[in-house]
Design a protein around this ligand. Structure first.
Ligand code: MG
Length: 399
């Protein structure tokens, strides 16, 4: 008798600033369940509805062992596909099924994929500051704690410098000045490199804020400071511009947190136009497609650097780590600063020591959820402010 999907539960919780969506797949075997991350924090309730009203009725009673079939059927069953809400919904189920398979086998998901090639994963952390001096202080503080990969930003995405001369009646929004951004970030990165030396790996995220030609210029200008990678120099809509950056400098390029559709990464990997794939595992549909793209990327020399800020849930971070430990061409893992509450709600959330992220010895994803504690922190209703991004004249742009 196969073990089947008995119930699918959506758990929404907000222990910090990010609203998180966890999927619990409950099986016909008493006590056996799996967890998956389906967190699309800005559209969290749409994902929850997609799971409860569309995926759950379709998946109840299916054999939990048939992950590949369930993933493929879930992708095409709605006919329209490759969008972030539905991909996240499918990811929640997919990750939970890998978790279940691991628990049944008494193996970690990493073991199911082929086994470890490393004991722990290098992580990078975020250092931001209001001034270049403050960024240096924050980088040094991380270095003292043993971190060797540090992302440097100043004034948040888009920076805060330069003159913002707005027209009369300018609407509210998160304004920024792209010219000031380029100037200030270059100066900041040069200063940090000079102050902290050559050993530490520095990263920077443009967050697709620049016009493509200015991104080309920035990638050239920043080349002497030897970034580990420059992230999201371009938006997914502008990926053909990567050829122009590649033709002009050797700044390593990372891309992909917004990708939904295989069409978006195939060309970039195949033509060797990027160095790191940055996909958000739940956004692309779970461990099943992540495994496939990681193998594909390896053939072309692109390394993995899965998306891992605070709007990846602890379950998603556990999934990232399982892939990191297995993938031969792993680059680095983005890491956030989990709170004590995160560790209390999610027993098994991986631990960092001296810049390395370590797994535990539990099977599956190695993570659990205290549902009663999670329920004490319900998701809040609010409208995101930081994504209401505008140029100085008020034009809405990508955040
Ligand atoms: Mg990013």
């Amino acid at each position: 008798m196969p073990i089947t999907i008995d119930d699918i539960k959506v758990i929404l919780t907000q222990p910090g600033k990010s609203r998180l969506c966890i999927v619990k797949v409950i099986t016909s075997e008493p006590g056996l369940y799996g967890l998956g991350c389906a967190t699309f924090t800005q559209r969290i309730f749409a994902v929850a509805t997609a799971i409860e009203r569309h995926l759950k009725p379709f998946l109840l009673g299916r054999d939990v062992d048939r992950i590949e079939e369930i993933w493929r059927m879930s992708m095409v069953h709605g006919y329209w596909r490759n969008g972030p809400v539905l991909n996240n919904a499918i990811s929640g189920v997919d990750q939970a099924l890998w978790d279940i398979k691991g628990k049944r086998a008494g193996m970690s998901v990493c073991d199911l994929l082929g086994g470890k090639v490393r004991e722990a994963a290098h992580v990078y952390v975020h250092a931001d500051g209001g001034s270049k001096e403050e960024v240096v202080d924050n980088v040094r503080a991380y270095m003292e704690r043993g971190f060797r990969y540090i992302r440097v930003q100043m004034g948040g995405y888009g920076g805060q410098g330069g003159q913002l001369i707005k027209p009369l009646n300018a609407p509210a929004g998160a304004y920024f000045n792209p010219r000031a951004y380029c100037r200030d970030m270059l100066e900041m990165i040069a200063h940090v490199r000079e102050q902290v030396g050559a050993e530490v790996e520095l990263l920077h995220d443009i967050h697709e804020r620049l016009a493509p030609i200015h991104a080309v210029q920035f990638a050239k200008d920043v080349e002497p400071f030897r970034l580990f990678f420059l992230e999201d120099a371009l938006a997914p809509e502008d990926i053909h511009w990567f050829r122009h950056i590649r033709g002009q400098c050797a700044t390593p390029l990372a891309m992909g947190e917004l990708f939904n559709n295989p069409q978006e990464w195939q060309l970039l990997i195949q033509e060797r136009l990027i160095d790191f794939i940055r996909m958000h595992i739940s956004q692309m549909g779970g461990i099943t497609p992540a495994r496939n793209v990681a193998i594909f990327a390896d053939l072309y020399g692109a390394r993995t650097a899965w998306h891992g800020p605070s709007d990846t849930s602890p379950v998603g971070h556990a999934a990232n780590l399982q892939l990191d430990l297995w993938h031969p061409n792993f680059g680095v893992q983005e890491w956030y600063q989990p709170s004590d509450l995160d560790y209390a709600i999610f027993p098994g959330l991986p631990i960092v020591d001296a810049g390395y992220l370590y797994p535990n010895d539990e099977p599956g994803l190695g993570i659990d959820i205290d549902e009663r504690l999670a329920a004490k922190y319900p998701c809040q209703d609010f409208v995101e402010e930081w994504t209401q991004t505008r140029l100085p004249d008020g034009t809405p742009v990508r955040p």
